[in-house]
Structures are given as structure tokens and as C-alpha cells.
Design a protein around this ligand. Sequence first.
Ligand code: SDX
Length: 451
Amino acid sequence: MTKSSTPDAPTPKLNEHSLSDVRKTATLIDNLTGIRFELPLIDGTLGPKVIDIRKLYTDSGYFTYDPAFMSTASCDSKITFIDGDQGILLHRGYPIDELAEKSDFLEVAYLLLHGELPKASEKQTFERNITYHTMLHEQVHEFFRGFRRDSHPMAVLCGAVGALSSFYHDSLDIHDPQQREIASHRLIAKMPTLAAMAYKYSVGQPFVYPRNDLSYSSNFLNMMFSVPAEKYKINPVLAKAMDRILILHADHEQNASTSTVRMAGSSGANPFACIAAGIASLWGPAHGGANEAVILMLKEIGHKNNIPEFIKMVKDKNAGVKLMGFGHRVYKNYDPRATVMRRSCHEVLDELGIKNEPLLEMAMELERIALEDEYFIERKLYPNVDFYSGIILRAMGIPTSMFTVIFAIARTVGWISQWKEMIEEPGQKISRPRQLYSGAPKRKYVPLHKR
Ligand code: SDX
């Protein structure tokens, strides 16, 4: 970045051969001092250019100001690309609808972690590595006993994942690629086991051990629903639907929980602690907690006839009511995951012989009305990934409180891939944003008797 020293100096004319440089810089003019700053423009493979402001403060004394990161690229990543206007989502260049159709969750996990689809032998090795890390240290069972039975499973998951760092001292050195890989495998493998344990603990049933003869999603369903009293029959359609739900939730660029994991990881914290931080952030109803909130909202609406009244409340700012499962910071078009999810919804309900499912009927009517309503159209509010997922999970017998837990199982793959990318970034530094200070100026201490 260059700046002209005297206020009225014209921007140095770039001669012909460096014409391309003009396209490669943005000029910032400080109208207070007349100083001009040339800021480099960087092109990505896809998506918006970025203005490189890394030297802005040292050269100009200014910070930029973007509290919710509406216009800020926090990193350079190769993992996921989203085009919010076109409703496009690519993982390592592959469209999400193709992956949901043709791939499986562990293959997508490999893709996110390593950047390429695995060859047959690589896929087999990866699946085996994950399968043989699904069991937990027996003492983790004791850890669960410390929770109330009615704890929200996200609270249990957050605590249990953080506690894993106390069991796996051999995979905490983040600078050792071997240990990073083992920790990644352990986290991907153990999340379903921990999640199912949180559910079993909440219903007072015995924990079910993972089985190495089952696929990732079938294993999770078995650990969730099998009981000692009778054999649990895995429905392949439901297992496939679960696998697809996990694919759809695997990664999503620099969302709040992923940014949390990157921020925590930038200090050198161990991966288990970082993923626990991601779980905490995902829990919020504006983020991963929305799938649970959608079902609660549909139940509150109660009947299709009440939808117009509800929509009126959503449009009344004072009511403080949001249409959960709608809207997105990036998508100003249909969330491509919602399209796949809605199709899956119909498949699962058909497979289960569930006709005219009231919540699905209501969701579809709500979507139809909202998409025709000016309020939603002008704000470009469309269904997001959370709008239909809860209906499928509920139809599969998953309790509402477990919806975000399932989101966390899937997103662990994205979190750990983004964490790995950050740690392996040459010159990786601790993230430390600055601020606009609007507090009290310097002042003298006032003794108690004078206040
Ligand atoms: C996920 O980031 C990711 O990628 C997240 C995620 C992922 O995979 O990681 O995709 C997963 O979190 C999906 C989002 C799930 N959350 C919900 O469904 C909760 C409901 N949605 C909203 O809370 C909201 O849409 C957000 C939080 C998702 C996005 O909020 P923004 O980008 O901050 O948008 P905004 O609040 O500035 O909204 C713009 C306008 C506002 O109205 P005005 O002030 O302009 O009049 O749209 C309104 C908002 O009030 N609005 C809504 C709305 N969402 C936005 N109005 C009613 N219902 C909604 N759902």
C-alpha cells in the first residue's frame, strides 16, 4: 500500500504497462488531510475482490469499522464458496446438491479436510480411521453423571467435547501434523457417540456403544434408538436421509461458529477446546439453534389458519417476532440446502407413511405466503437450511432438543477443516481485532466520600 506524502499531490500516473495495477488498487482519500492511500485489490477464484487493508492502520492511523463483519473477509480459504445472490454453495468446487445426491458424509468430510475427493483406497482408510475412533474413554460416562437429566443436550455436548482435551494428551500439539490428524479423526468419530449419549442420558436409558460394522449415520441412529430390550432395525431410507442432513450441514464458509473456532484456534488452543467453542456459538437461535426454534414456532402457530396473524406479528417490529428458518446473512436467494432438505422431507415422510404431516403442511403454507409477501420479498428473505430440517428430524423420532446437536455433529467436519486450514496457513497469527472507542475520556479517580 502506498500513500502520497503531500496532501495535494495527484495520484501518481500509472504508465501504460502498469495499467493493470490501476485495476489492482483502490484509492482511499482522507478528506481531512487530503492524503491518498492506494490499497491493493486481491482477486479470489470466485466471488468479490477484497481490498487488502492489512497495512491500513500502520500507514494511515485509521481502523476500519465493521462490527458484525457485514463486509469483511476474515481469511483466505479454499474450502467453501457461497454466492448468496445466486444461491450457490460449493465445497472444494463441488455443488452441494451434487454432493448430497451422489456422495456420503464421510466422503464429504475427507473432501473438506484434504481438498480432493478420495480415491477408493483413501476412502476406505479414512472410513476405517473414523470407525476405529468412535469409542470414548469409559471415564467419560462418569463425566455425564455430573449433568442434570433435564440438561439441554447442547450444554452436555459443549462440556463433554471440551473435556475430551483432558483425555487425549497425545493429540494436543497443534504444530504436529500427525497429532492434528488424530485429533481431527477423534472429533469427527466421537461426536455421534457423545451426541447419542447426551440423548440416552436425558431419557434415562443406558448408553449404547458404537458398532464397527455400521456406517457413520446408521451407527448414530443405532446409538440413539437401540435398547437392550430389543434389536433396533435400521431403516436404510432414514440412514440415507440422516447422512444427507449431515452433508447439508457440514460446512458453510465463515459463519459465526466457524469464525469462533478460527478465533479460538488462532491463540493455539487445542482442537477439542476450539470445537467446544464452536458448539457454544452454534447453539444460538440466530444460528444453529434455529432448527429447534422453527418447530417451536410452528407449534406456537398451531394451525394453518393462524398463519396470516403470525405473519402480521413478524412484520410488526415491536412484536420482536422473527420467521425462524427464514433469512440469511449471505443468501439473498433460496438457500440451496433448503431445496435439497425439502425434497428429503417428502421422501422421509413418504417412507414413514406419514400423510398430511401438520407441521410440514404449515411450513409449506408459511413458505408460500412469505414468498408472496412484499415484506419478505424486499428484504430477500428465503427459507434457509433450518426451515425444513427439523420436520425431517422430528419425523425420524429425534427430539427437538437434539436438532442443534445433529447440526454440531455435521459442522464438526467443517470446523475442524477450517481450523486445520488456519493452523497450516504460513505466518498464521493470533486474531486480535481492534475497536472504535466511544467510552469516557481519561479522568481522575473520585474517592468514595466525594461521589
Ligand atoms: C444458519 O452464516 C451462516 O452461514 C449460518 C448457517 C450455517 O450453515 O452456518 O447458514 C446456519 O445460522 C442459518 C440461519 C438460521 N437462523 C434463522 O433462521 C433465524 C431467523 N433468521 C434471522 O435471525 C436472520 O435472518 C439472520 C440472523 C439469519 C440473518 O440476519 P442478518 O443478516 O443480520 O439480517 P438482518 O437482521 O439485518 O435482517 C435484515 C432485515 C431486517 O429488517 P429491517 O430492519 O431491514 O426492517 O430482514 C429482517 C430484519 O428484521 N429479517 C427478518 C428475518 N430475518 C431478517 N424478519 C423476519 N424474520 C426473519 N427470519
